[in-house]
Structures are given as C-alpha cells and as structure tokens.
Design a protein around this ligand. Structure first.
Ligand code: SF4
Length: 314
C-alpha cells in the first residue's frame, strides 16, 4: 500500500474527484463474495449505493478500511473490496477510530445495525461524536434484530409485538438522528435505499466531511420487519430536507426536525458543523508528530512482531 499524505479526508481534500469520469466503477469495489441477505432486503440497496459512492470518491480499495459490527448489516464489509474487519458486537466504532489514529491516510468507514449502534455499542456514539475523529459511520437501521430472527431492537416501534415479545414493546424507541445530534456529532444525515442516488450522494458527503460523520439509513427488513417500512411505502413518506429549505448549519432547527418523526421520513443532511477543518484530528496529528520529534512514523512491521504468535515468541 502506498499511503497518501495528509489526513483521511485528504483523500477527498486532494482534489474533488471528477464525478463525470470517476477513476473507478462501482463494480471495482465488489469483493466477489455473493451477498446472502434475504431476497428483497434493504441492505442490497445500501450496498449498491455504497459501491456508487466509493466510485465517486475515487480512492482505490487498498486505501479504504471498512469495519462492521454484528448483525445482518455487519456482513456488508465482506462484500466491499477494501481492508475489512468484522468486529465484536457493538465495537465497530472504537476499532474504526483506532485504525484512523494509526493510519490517518486511510478512508475509514464503520457500519452496523440499530442494535449494534444504539444498544450493544450504544456508549460509543457519544464518544465518537466528541472525539470527532474523521471516520464515517453508517447505521443500517431496520428497526429490528433480523439476524437472530426478529426480536425488539432499540429502535423498534412502541407496541410492536414479536415472537419473543407477544405483549408488544412497552418501551419508547431511540431516535438515532436526535440522539446523535444531542451527543454533539458534527455531521448527521439520514437516507434510505428507497432513494439510491440520494443515498449515494449522502455517503459521498459524509465521507468528504472532515470529522465524525453519522448517517442513519432506514433499510427495510422484509423478513421480520413491519410492512410500513417497505421500500414502496418509504417512497411515499420520504421527504428531502431540501423541501423545507433546511440550512444544515442550523443546529437547533436540525434538532426540531429530528424530533418531529411523525409519519414523515426525512432524508438529507440534518446538521453539518460549519467549523470546517476538523480540529481534534489535527491536534492529535500534531501531537503525534511533536512526540516523534520529527522522526518518521515507527515501522508497523516491527510493532506487530512483538505480538506475533508462533515460533518467534514461542
Ligand atoms: Fe435483511 Fe431482515 Fe433478512 Fe436480515 S433478516 S437479511 S435484515 S431481510
């Protein structure tokens, strides 16, 4: 691998990719593994949008690291040609942040489901938001635990009954967009595979943002989910925030829109911190450079040797 200079979004900062003539086609990011999601699962659309976005971003697969959690959505990193890591349940975010700190030249993506992000790994979002390390986090929010056959997830609707909760959910669902905004995330957006082009654009915008970017993606679970979450009905209910002339630098309006869930499915960027250059990543980078006294970064091979299992370490 030949790392590029600068920070991770320097990928993006090294010059906007020419979207009319991308260096890569979406198919260049297919890993060759055949997705095994249920036929009609919304995750197929998310994957298609991601391939498109990566081709627009113009970074080669060897300059991308993709970490995912556990769940149906956790499979997604295996379907993308890039460095990949399928983390423990709920732990995609800390691993992605660690990769970014060690390899700021990489484009780092993390992905997981609503359970992974807001239940098992729920504590990590607030810290990723306040650290503001330059990674993009995609939550494939299908409002249910699909992989384990349809139990209530933290975003399941109140009253929803499932095989394991026949009396219906008594708990209010977490609102991912509102929660992440309240945690102070610098970039918060929402999309759906019901609008593939719009979703691809949002992924591009999230990756190009300098800092922690959160994208909640409403992706229907056709096997255990609710009929009203189908792609067809999402198309009827979705509204681009552009329709409301929303200014994404208006934090308080973003909070109000996020709180107004009603029957509408808002898509677009709720909030983008106008501060521009992501400050904490820059400070960390400067501290690392100062600590090394201008010396080159240590040889990663030598560091890894210390942890090698096998004949060398007995
Ligand atoms: Fe998709 Fe649901 Fe099937 Fe999982 S169980 S692959 S989320 S349709």
């Amino acid at each position: 691998m030949s790392p590029q200079s600068g920070d991770g979004n320097s990928s993006q900062a090294s010059g906007p990719p020419n979207e009319n003539a991308p260096a890569f086609a979406p198919r260049d990011f297919k890993s060759g593994r055949k997705p095994i999601w249920c036929p009609g699962c919304g995750d197929y659309g998310v994957l298609t949008a991601l391939y498109r976005a990566l081709s627009i971003l113009g970074r080669p697969p060897e300059e991308i690291a993709f970490v995912s959690g556990i769940g149906c959505s956790g499979r997604i990193s295996g379907y993308v040609k890039s460095f990949g890591f399928n983390a423990l349940h709920g732990r995609a975010l800390p691993i992605a942040q660690g990769i970014k700190l060690a390899r700021p030249d990489l484009l780092v993506l993390a992905a997981g489901g609503d359970g992974d992000g807001f239940s098992i790994g729920g504590g990590h979002i607030a810290h990723a938001a306040r650290r503001n390390i330059d990674i993009t986090y995609l939550v494939l929010d299908n409002l249910i635990y699909g992989l384990t056959k349809g139990q209530l997830s933290p975003t399941s609707k109140q009253g929803l009954s499932t095989a394991s909760s026949p009396g219906g959910s008594l708990e209010k669902p977490i609102n991912p967009v509102l929660t992440t905004l309240a945690a102070g995330a610098s970039f918060v957006a929402q999309g759906t595979p019901a609008d593939l082009d719009g979703l691809a654009r949002l992924i591009v915008e999230a990756v190009r943002f300098h800092g922690f970017a959160f994208l909640n993606i409403h992706t229907p679970c056709v096997t255990f989910g609710q009929p009203e979450e189908s792609i067809r009905l999402q198309k009827e209910h979705m509204h681009s925030l552009d329709e409301f002339k929303h200014d994404p630098t208006d934090y308080f309006r973003a909070l109000r829109l996020a709180a107004d869930r009603g029957s509408k499915l808002y898509t677009g960027v709720f909030y983008r911190n106008p501060r521009g250059e992501e400050e904490l990543s820059r400070q960390i980078r400067e501290q690392n450079e100062a600590a090394r006294g201008g010396a080159p970064a240590p040889d990663r091979g030598k560091i890894l040797e210390r942890f090698q299992i096998g004949p060398k370490n007995g």
